[in-house]
Ligand binder design. Structure first.
Ligand code: HEC
Ligand code: HEC
Ligand code: HEC
Ligand code: HEC
Length: 142
């Protein structure tokens, strides 16, 4: 009898535990993407967070908020929607500074400028194809 009660209590606790877990998941804290992501646009780019984080680059060197304050990993973890990290959420045709409205200007200013300056003596690639890949084949389906 005692054993049955104990088992029931354990099961209840386990189920509650799982439910609490799910409730936490419902908010889905944002974490750094593990693999390669695609930066969408007319000239999409494959971007690998890990290569950059290994250099010791902080999240806030690329991610900032509406006041242009760097976002830490903790601040990013507290967000629930990826949109808030999408550069074009702010950098679009309504952005206050005209020179930071176009995707080309905004991304090149962040990505290419650092590739030229480098990190601890290590430079990044600056050839168009290093970021944008090879141009599409002229004939589809070849
Ligand atoms: C260090 C990486 C990097 C390099 C090097 C680079 N780009 Fe980009 N570029 C990007 C990213 C990221 C975007 C944003 C993706 C997009 O808009 O398609 C972008 C966007 C663009 C766009 C705007 C596309 C749109 O959506 O409006 C053009 C045009 C462009 N690049 C041309 C070039 C050319 C030409 C070169 C070489 C002289 C070059 N890029 C080199 C990263 C790079
Ligand atoms: C070298 C630049 C760079 C660094 C450093 C960086 N990110 Fe990113 N991250 C990006 C870019 C660019 C995107 C894609 C934004 C877009 O598509 O407009 C992105 C996207 C993301 C997304 C996906 C957002 C979505 O659309 O769902 C998450 C989550 C994220 N980053 C978290 C982090 C965290 C956490 C760190 C630090 C540990 C970090 N990033 C460091 C450049 C960077
Ligand atoms: C929540 C809104 C917001 C998001 C999202 C955002 N920015 Fe910004 N960004 C700003 C503001 C505000 C400024 C400051 C503009 C000024 O100086 O008036 C700025 C400035 C910049 C600058 C020029 C100053 C500098 O830091 O060199 C670059 C480049 C830039 N952003 C790139 C990016 C990139 C790349 C992303 C995505 C990884 C991004 N931004 C996401 C709001 C945003
Ligand atoms: C703070 C500096 C810094 C910023 C910002 C940065 N990069 Fe880099 N990136 C580097 C360095 C340094 C390397 C070379 C890494 C190595 O050789 O280990 C690199 C390497 C790369 C590579 C080649 C490795 C690979 O993934 O195949 C690509 C592509 C790239 N970066 C794209 C981007 C794009 C797109 C952005 C903007 C969203 C960006 N980087 C922003 C410093 C930076």
């Amino acid at each position: 009898m005692l054993n049955k009660k104990l088992i029931a209590a354990v099961i209840t606790l386990t189920i509650t535990g799982i439910w609490t877990g799910n409730a936490a998941l419902a908010g889905e804290a944002l974490k750094v993407p593990a693999g390669t992501i695609t930066i969408e646009g007319k000239k999409p780019v494959s971007f690998d967070h890990q290569i950059h984080l290994k250099l010791g680059v902080a999240c806030g060197q690329c991610h900032h908020d509406a006041k242009h304050q760097p976002r830490t990993a903790e601040a990013i973890g507290a967000l629930t929607k990826g949109d808030e990290l999408q550069c074009a959420t702010c950098h679009n045709d309504k952005f206050a500074k005209a020179e930071l409205r176009e995707r080309k200007d905004t991304f090149h200013a962040r990505c290419k400028d650092c590739h030229v300056a480098g990190v601890n003596g290590k430079k990044g690639p600056t050839a168009c194809t290093a970021c944008h890949g090879k141009t599409k084949k002229a004939v589809e389906g070849c």
